[in-house]
Design a protein around this ligand. Structure first.
Ligand SMILES: [Zn+2]
Length: 545
């Protein structure tokens, strides 16, 4: 030890020792020097260097300058150095699919420290996975993307938006679409059984499609049927999730776990017990969560009975014009509004509308109508827009209890997600919010737990290879964060404020944020799940195993 110190001092005096070093130093692109390195495993941070060459991490450890001759060194003293965060459930489409290259940098996520996003959640992911990936590769995106094939997209393509079951031939076509998407690199099947028309599907139908993902090493990601007390109820809906996983034979992942609405507040313990029991019995079950007390959805999905939207928007608008049918819809809306906590707890967040930033209750008073009629006015204002068009009826729905939120957050199988959607601060500020409120302010999680559940655990749970950890040989997705400044700036009234505190971010070795500013580089990749070769390409009409 003393000898090493002595030779270091001598070297400093001579300033030429490295040239005489017996082991020649390897060339490297970048040394991120002296930061508090969290490797993504949940282990305590160590002060160390991270060395990057090309798109890979080549070394993590002390004294990198003795072993590497780097083109650039970044001083990361007193900074958190961590794997780039991975967002398992989110809706970045307006950014990543934009015609504007600047939008496609995906800044809302980069400034939260997120370098990889799972897309296609809630059943929305296109079955044309290879074509989609080719589009991203051609146009360039700032973050990595991993896609799910969506049950809703598959079902709508084959049988439209109607409330009916597929016939055997239609079911075979739906299965083939899922199988093909898996062979093209989807990471699994996502569903949004809460939403019409997916809500019209039986458990059996979902199991039949999930088996196609299971066979090819995929996962089942679900916005399950009832997070509240709409129909099936929270607990039975989760039983359905577990049943789908067991019968189809694949890991299940519950998107944005929550207990939504006054009827189910306080249910977190029961939910955790059910999932813990399934895990103890050997079933692979996980969940993700965003750290906010309001969910974000469409007003129609929150308050309309499902039968009212059978057949899509045209059918809904016709029903609203028919007085007796409108009266029935209105009658059922009363219960849905109560469940959500009343018109005061629904904040209308679509931009450029008369109601932007106002609660449903405020609009009802302004228009001097019942809140239900105010809701129907907002819902009908969208006319015949298709589902991809900007929606005038987005809401932030204040329906969660912080006790439940924290109980879920403490579970070692709950990952950090944003569920980022337009008009809700979670899109710009979930990882930063979780750190600022639940690590620093409330101590719900340790810093190590927060980072592990936002990186390494996420990669392992969802099947991302060679990401999520700072390890030699892994892809160089790395963030350098100022622990004193990392925080959200967005809120419900200003949902589009970038988070602060991420000083540097690398995606596949390329800097995307440097000194707190976008570099303009778009090195993100559309990632590909690799199914067992024997299961692809698909054999049409292959018998059930
Ligand atoms: Zn969802």
């Amino acid at each position: 030890m003393r000898r090493a110190l002595g030779s270091a001092l001598l070297c400093a005096a001579l300033a030429a020792c490295t040239a005489q070093d017996p082991t020649p130093r390897a060339a490297a692109d970048l040394i991120i020097a002296g930061g508090h390195v969290h490797d993504g495993s949940g282990a305590a941070a160590v002060v160390a260097d991270v060395v990057v060459t090309g798109d890979r991490i080549v070394h993590v450890g002390p004294d990198a300058h003795l072993r590497f001759d780097a083109a650039r060194t970044l001083d990361a003293r007193d900074r958190i150095v961590a794997p780039g965060f991975i967002d398992p459930h989110t809706h970045p489409d307006r950014y990543i699919r934009s015609g504007d290259a600047g939008q496609r940098l995906n800044a809302p996520w980069l400034f939260q420290g997120v370098t990889t996003l799972f897309i296609g959640g809630d059943g929305g992911g296109t079955p044309d996975v290879a074509a989609d990936r080719a589009w991203f590769e051609r146009h360039g995106v700032g973050t990595n993307l991993a896609a799910y094939v969506g049950f809703g997209a598959v079902r709508t393509r084959v049988i439209g938006r109607d409330d009916r079951a597929p016939d055997p031939e239609e079911l075979a076509r739906m299965r083939a679409l899922v199988a093909n998407a898996m062979c093209e690199g989807a990471f699994g099947l996502s569903t949004g059984l809460f939403y019409a028309p997916q809500s019209f599907a039986t458990t059996d139908e979902v199991v039949a499609l999930a088996r196609e993902a299971a066979r090819r090493g995929g996962r089942y990601d679900t916005h399950h049927r009832d997070e509240s007390s709409y129909g099936l109820g929270l607990m039975d809906s989760l039983r359905e999730v577990l049943e789908i996983g067991r019968r189809a034979g694949l890991p299940v992942h519950i998107a944005h776990i929550k207990a939504l609405g006054t009827d189910v507040h306080g249910s977190a313990d029961a939910v955790v017990a059910m999932i813990a029991a399934a895990r103890a019995g050997g079933q692979a079950v996980s969940a993700d969560q965003y750290p906010w007390l309001a969910s974000g959805t469409q007003l129609g999905a929150a308050v309309l009975p499902r039968w009212a939207v059978d057949g899509g928007r045209a059918a809904l608008l016709r029903r609203l014009e028919d007085a007796p049918t409108r009266a029935r819809i209105r009658a059922e809306m009363a219960e849905n509004l109560r469940r959500r906590g009343g018109a005061d707890s629904l904040l209308l967040v679509s931009e450029g509308q008369e109601w932007s930033g106002k609660t449903l209750a405020a609009m009802a008073r302004m228009w001097d109508v019942d809140p239900r009629d105010a809701a129907l006015r907002v819902i009908a204002s969208g006319g015949l827009r298709d589902d991809d068009a900007p929606s005038p009826e987005r809401v932030a729905s204040f329906n969660m209890d912080e006790d439940d939120v924290e109980r879920f957050m403490r579970q070692p199988w709950v990952l950090t997600s944003s569920d980022g959607s337009d008009g809700h601060p979670r899109q710009y500020a979930s990882f930063s919010q979780k750190y600022a409120r639940y690590v620093r302010e409330r101590g719900t999680l340790t810093l190590e737990q927060f980072i592990h559940r936002s990186t390494g655990l996420t990669a392992e749970t969802l099947g991302l290879e060679e990401r999520g950890y700072l390890r030699a040989g892994y892809h160089a997705d790395v963030v350098v964060i100022d622990p004193k400044r990392f925080a959200s700036r967005a809120d419900y009234v200003h949902p589009r404020r970038l988070s602060v505190g991420v000083e540097h971010a690398l995606v596949n070795g390329t800097p995307v944020i440097a000194d707190g500013r976008l570099t303009g580089a778009a090195p993100g990749r559309a990632l590909r799940h690799r199914p067992p070769a024997a299961t692809c390409p698909i054999q049409p009409g292959a018998p059930e195993p």
